[in-house]
Each structure stands twice: as structure tokens, then as C-alpha cells.
Design a protein around this ligand. Structure first.
Ligand code: ATP
Length: 238
């Protein structure tokens, strides 16, 4: 549970992310989605309860700092990309890779591989500050991927993108999943969420409202009432 002053931002949220799946996280503004991400990656600590990660070998990890979460295999992006603007794209991605290795050559090799996945290979020598919004968002993903996560938390990587960048992002997320990384994705863009998610979890007022396969979730009256609205259902039916 996480409290901000008198506001209980999250309470009783349960998320199971299976190996190799894309799990979409949806819910109204202020529902607590980012607060869940911040707890799942060590950027804030719960006021009550603990965050435990069940590893693929069945053991449990209980990391407490962002660094320890990253070393346990959790990578994340932030809603607002904050690259080191004076550094090149390659250098920015390498900073993520240094979480994994101290060897410059290995970090560069990881960065180049990740740049391929995120369609940044032709921009490696460009300064991060001169990237487009779409490029910045992909750099944010690349930096997180370079830490070699087994679970990647994506916080609205499609927000603010133009339609062609959204299509690129959808393909990028599929490529990431195909490399065996499980993806937990907060996204308001319903079409992208539906196109990508194996399952969807809905968060509302700091709690898990429901969880299931995409078509069941979007037709669930509780979800329509809390988030999608009847306009969404009628548009789908039309
Ligand atoms: N650092 C903070 N201090 C005070 N209140 C906060 C803080 N972070 C989040 N909140 C509050 O906690 C609640 C949950 O916020 P959160 O950002 O997790 O929601 P969200 O579901 O990610 O929303 P959105 O879809 O708009 O990004 C909101 O009421 C928000 O105002």
C-alpha cells in the first residue's frame, strides 16, 4: 500500500506477469498505475506490505532500491523521457548497459544490439537532444533494455506519438517480447493495448478492478463504467 498524505494511491494491487507475455495495464487518470510501477521498480517504497519478485527458478527476491530491482531483472521507462541530451544516442544506451557490465566493449555491443531492436541503429552518433519525440521514446526503451531486463515496465511509451511512430512502437514491443522479455505496459492508447496485450489488468482507485484476456476485459461492464465509457463499447459495436 502507498499513501500520499491522506490519499491512498495504491492498495491491494496484485499483478502476475508471466514469462514471455505482454500484460497491458489500463485504468483512468490518477488510478495509481504509475505508482504501482514506481513500487515495482524500487523508485518508491510501499508504506505497508512488501514487493517480492518470484524469479524464474522459483526463488524469491525482495529488492529495495532501483539498482537492486534492475539487478533482479526489472527494467523500466519513465513517462517523460530524460536522456542525457548532450551525449550521443549510443552513449545514452551504453549507460544502461553499464548496469550489466563494466567492460566498455561489451557495453557497446549490448547497446548496438538493443539499438537494432529499437530502430535506433542509424542514429547512434546523433546527440540525444536532436531526436524526434518518437526517437526519444525509443531511446528511453533502449536504455532500459540495455540493462538486460527479464521484465520490462513501459510507462506510456506511445503517448504523444504520431500514427506512424505508434505503428513502429507496436512492432518494437512485439520484437522485445520475441526476445523473451516479459512486458508490463501502461497505455492509454486502447488500440495499441489491444493489438499487443496477451492479457490486460485494469487498475481503478488504487486497486485491481479486473484482469483477463483483452476481449473479456473491454466488454466487462465494470471496466466500461470505470474507464472506457459506453461510447467506446458503442463505437466497437458500430
Ligand atoms: N508524489 C506524489 N505525491 C502526491 N500524490 C501523488 C504522487 N504521485 C502520485 N500521486 C497521486 O496518487 C494517485 C495515483 O497517481 P498515479 O500517477 O499512480 O496514477 P496513474 O494511474 O498513473 O495516472 P495517469 O494515467 O494519469 O498517469 C493520484 O491521485 C496522484 O495525484
Amino acid at each position: 500500500m502507498k499513501r500520499f498524505g491522506g490519499l491512498i494511491a495504491t492498495n491491494d494491487v496484485s499483478i502476475t506477469l508471466h514469462a514471455g507475455e505482454i500484460l497491458g495495464v489500463i485504468g483512468p487518470n490518477g488510478a495509481g498505475k504509475t505508482t504501482v510501477f514506481n513500487q515495482l521498480s524500487g523508485f518508491i517504497r510501499p508504506d505497508e506490505g512488501v514487493v517480492k519478485l518470484r524469479m524464474l527458478d522459483g526463488s524469491w527476491a525482495q529488492p529495495s532500491t532501483p539498482n537492486a530491482f534492475a539487478l533482479s531483472g526489472v527494467g523500466r521507462t519513465f513517462q517523460i523521457a530524460q536522456p542525457f541530451s548532450g551525449l550521443s544516442v549510443l552513449e545514452n544506451i551504453m549507460l544502461g548497459a553499464f548496469m550489466h557490465t563494466r567492460e566498455r566493449e561489451e557495453a557497446e555491443a549490448i547497446a548496438r544490439e538493443v539499438a537494432h531492436t529499437t530502430e535506433l541503429s542509424s542514429l547512434l552518433d546523433v546527440e540525444a537532444r536532436s531526436l524526434t519525440v518518437g526517437g526519444m521514446k525509443r531511446l528511453e526503451v533502449a536504455r532500459a533494455l540495455a540493462t538486460r531486463p527479464r521484465a520490462l515496465l513501459l510507462d506510456e511509451v506511445m503517448a504523444g506519438l504520431n500514427p506512424s511512430d505508434i505503428v513502429r512502437s507496436i512492432e518494437m514491443v512485439k520484437r522485445i517480447r520475441n526476445t523473451g522479455v516479459a512486458v508490463l505496459m501502461i497505455e492509454h492508447m486502447m488500440q495499441a493495448t489491444l493489438a499487443l496485450s496477451d492479457r490486460i489488468v485494469v487498475i481503478n482507485a488504487g486497486k485491481t478492478l479486473t484482469e483477463g484476456n483483452p476481449s473479456d476485459v473491454v466488454n466487462d461492464p465494470k471496466v466500461i463504467e470505470a474507464y472506457l465509457g459506453t461510447g467506446y463499447r458503442d463505437a466497437q459495436a458500430a
